[in-house]
Design a binder for this molecule. Structure first.
Ligand code: PEP
Ligand code: MG
Length: 750
């Protein structure tokens, strides 16, 4: 054992004895600073903790002026202490006043101290404060001393987490009691207030200091062994063709066998940390680096290391998913990420979902949209901050999450929700009224669905049918290809529930972001432009034929409406239609009852199809514009990429010119046209489309009220003139002119 290790162990032993005493938070902090200064033979030891998200406060000191405690404050980034909190890196200097950014705090009396060593107090990438030692003698601290300080800082972080310093003023408020706000991406609009339910509860390390290091080393060894076995098992059962999964598992194995990783944890234990605290210290370091490395490959590996540490921690502490905690009445799910299957298991009780990762067009987003609950993605390190049962507000309009909000925020959020509810009430009164514009144009409003559970919305929203039934959800949420009988039964129930309202079934739209768990993933450089949707269906028709058979059987004796996704050229539509007609023939031959009427349509989601030969417009029984995809291809702007997603306005003149051309070509061919992308559910976009001639709009059920409300008070012919004038003026987008016309008092348009 090197002297550093034995010193560190002694110091931790003294800290443990202090922490075990039943004393107030401030007293504990004071004792800690005294013990550290004494053990290290230094004049000063201070602990700075966060007072709020931006400010650190001197919370305890040995050696500086005690009068400065709870008075001296600095902002994150300010002075050496502020810089440590921001960068989460130690500062070690023999001459602190000469250090860049040094800020002299007169009230502390620190001018006489020359050398300075500060390390972040952090846990899992979250900065909690800063631990500092100082001395008059100008000397730089050794690597060993820095290491020792980091170990002590880890213990302080764990104790802060456990609430050891609660109750002594704002700066000592237990962590996870402070309000926090996260800004993320909007996966699904809406507002929700509720209490946190963590998909994966955090592991709590209750004993950061080892009683018996030899024992802790054994525990670590056993845990690593069991981790290694489980990774090997995963590797043995993994699908070798799934390159991405194999890569992740290989990386796991590499880390699980990594000597460096293991040696660092063993050393932490030798210095007095418990095995669990040592794992968490490594995880904290990985998380801190994760937020700093720009190289995506390296970041991925750090991500793997973080995941692996999590597994190891669960093995060591025995803390799994089951914590015995009870789900709140109004749960808002908080998770790093979640698949659609897991999300569906929670059922409709969830009020909202907040994810650290995820994407707007992910499967989880599709489910949240179907449930009409707000979803925020990329919401910062929320799983580190949130605790089960915390109050949480989800503002899906602005992509903001308020965790443990102040009363004033709660009040104004309540007002906002009340206003929205009142508005919804007004929409309910419109339910049975037609979406007829002020100048007498009738627009058909239908809803988008994807689950059986969506069907009740047909009545409650006043939708006139299902304009888009996304059939892939059934495929995404199972671990195997659903059987024909199961599908036929489901589609039949959907049709039963819809009664005399039409349901447009879209055939399987997979590929790109929608990857079936049981399908061999394609290693494609650009999946959005890759082998997806109808391309898969035509190249490997087995599953699509099975699905078509299920649809035909479900619609026996009634109307069947089918549309094919992602058609890029006439031939694809003709081939898909042939396939359906072939299946009908087959069903006829085997004597099954056939649908009474069959309508076969196409989704227009690629610009190429808009410019296709007139034959396409004649052949299709109906066409539905898939604006989500059409827009991304038209502007070459990835719908899942937050950076570019909103860069191009849907009301951009070029896009509207395209929509208008499609409308005209459909009118010429006498082919019904609808719009079923997300934009159809946005009132301003919806009335603009209606003014351009669209007569059917399909949207999530919650949008039907707002869209109908606006259509009913709009004169579409006048709006059309406003749009044409704006288009003629050289404007890039007609939005300003449309908003001006819709919402500002205006003289009648000539
Ligand atoms: C679309 O692209 O607009 C559409 C409705 O299909 P999805 O969002 O399922 O790709
Ligand atoms: Mg699409």
């Amino acid at each position: 054992m090197n002297p550093g290790e034995s010193d560190s162990r002694k110091l931790l032993g003294r800290l443990k004895a202090t922490l075990a005493k039943d004393s107030a938070g401030q007293e504990r902090l004071d004792r800690i600073t005294t013990i550290i200064a004494d053990s290290m033979g230094l004049e000063v030891c201070s602990i700075y903790l966060f007072r709020d998200a931006e400010t650190l406060e001197l919370s305890a000191t040995e050696g500086l002026n005690p009068e400065a405690v709870h008075k001296t404050r600095m902002r994150v980034g300010e002075g050496l202490v502020g810089r440590i909190a921001r960068t989460k890196r130690p500062i070690n200097t023999a001459d602190a006043p000469a250090e860049k950014g040094f800020r002299y705090m007169a009230e502390t009396g620190e001018e006489v101290f020359s050398s300075f060593l500060g390390v972040p107090i952090q846990r899992l990438g979250e900065a909690l404060g800063v631990l500092v030692v100082q001395s008059k003698e100008a000397r730089a601290f050794s690597e060993d001393e820095i290491y020792g300080m980091e170990v002590v800082a880890m213990v302080i972080a764990e104790m802060t987490e456990l609430g050891a310093f609660v109750g002594e003023g704002a700066a000592l408020a237990a962590l996870h009691q402070r309000p926090a706000t996260f800004k993320g991406g909007i996966g699904q609009e809406g507002s929700a207030m509720g209490h946190v339910w963590l998909h994966e509860p955090r592991v709590v390390v209750t004993n950061p200091i080892a009683d018996d290091p030899a024992e802790e080393l054994k525990k670590l060894e056993a845990a690593i062994e069991s981790l290694r076995v489980s990774v090997d098992e995963l590797l043995a059962t993994a699908d070798g063709a799934d390159k991405e999964q194999m890569q992740v598992l290989e990386a796991y194995r590499m880390f699980a066998n990594s000597r460096g990783w293991r040696r660092r944890m063993e050393e932490d234990i030798s210095r007095g940390l418990s095995a669990a605290a040592a794992v968490e210290k490594e995880q904290t370091a990985a998380r801190a680096r994760m937020s700093q490395v720009p190289d995506p490959y390296l970041r991925e590996r750090l991500h793997d290391l973080n995941d692996l540490s999590n597994r190891l921690l669960r093995i060591l502490t025995g803390q799994g998913k089951e914590t015995g905690a009870e789900m709140p009445e109004d749960p808002i799910l908080v998770a790093a990420n979640i698949g659609p299957g897991e999300l569906l298991e929670y059922g409709r009780k969830l009020r909202g979902v907040v994810l650290e990762e995820g994407s707007v067009a992910s499967h989880a987003a599709i489910v949240a949209r179907a449930w009409a609950i707000p979803l925020i993605v990329h919401a910062g390190p929320i799983t580190t901050e949130a605790l089960n049962g915390d109050l949480i507000l989800v503002d899906g309009e602005h992509g903001v999450v308020h965790l443990r909000p102040e009363d004033a925020v709660v009040d104004s959020f309540r007002d906002k929700m009340a206003m929205e509810a009142a508005q919804q009430e007004r929409y309910v009164s419109l339910r049975d009224k037609p979406a007829e514009s002020d100048d007498g144009v009738r627009v058909r409003l239908t809803m988008n669905a994807g689950l059986m559970a969506d069907l009740p919305s047909l009545e409650s929203s006043g939708a006139e049918g299902v304009g888009l039934f996304r059939t892939e959800l059934q495929f995404l949420t199972q671990s195997r290809v659903p059987r024909r009988g199961e599908l036929a039964q489901l589609y039949s129930r959907v049709l039963d529930r819809a009664g005399d309202k039409q349901v447009v079934f879209r055939t399987l739209d997979i590929g790109s972001d929608k990857v079936l768990p049981y399908m061999k993933p394609q290693d494609e450089p650009n999946p959005a432009l890759g082998w997806r949707a109808i391309r898969v269906g035509l190249d490997k028709p087995g599953v699509m034929r099975m699905q078509l058979q299920a649809l035909i059987r479900a619609a026996a004796g009634r109307q069947l409406t089918v549309m094919f996704p992602f058609i890029a050229q006439l031939q694809e539509f003709q081939d898909a239609r042939e396939l359906l007609i072939g299946e009908i023939e087959r069903e006829r031959r085997v004597g099954h009852i056939l649908p009474t009427e069959i309508k076969i349509g196409a989704m227009l989601e690629t610009p190429s199809l808009a410019f296709s030969p007139a034959q396409f417009y004649k052949d299709a029984d109906f066409i539905s514009i898939g604006g989500n995809d059409l827009k991304q291809f038209f502007f070459a702007a990835d719908r899942e990429n937050e950076r570019v997603r909103r860069r191009y306005d849907t009301l951009n003149v070029s896009f509207l010119n395209l929509i208008e051309m499609i409308t005209r070509r459909c009118a010429e061919a006498g082919t019904p046209l609808s719009f079923c992308g997300e934009d159809a559910g946005r009132p301003i976009e919806a009335v603009t489309f209606a003014a351009l001639g669209l007569r059917t709009l399909s949207m999530r059920p919650a949008s039907i009220g707002p869209v109908k409300h606006l259509i009913r008070r709009t004169n579409l012919a006048e709006l059309r003139k406003v749009i044409d004038t704006a288009r003629g003026s050289g404007a890039q987008s007609v939005r300003p002119a449309v908003i001006e016309y819709l919402y500002k008092p205006h003289p009648p348009v000539a």
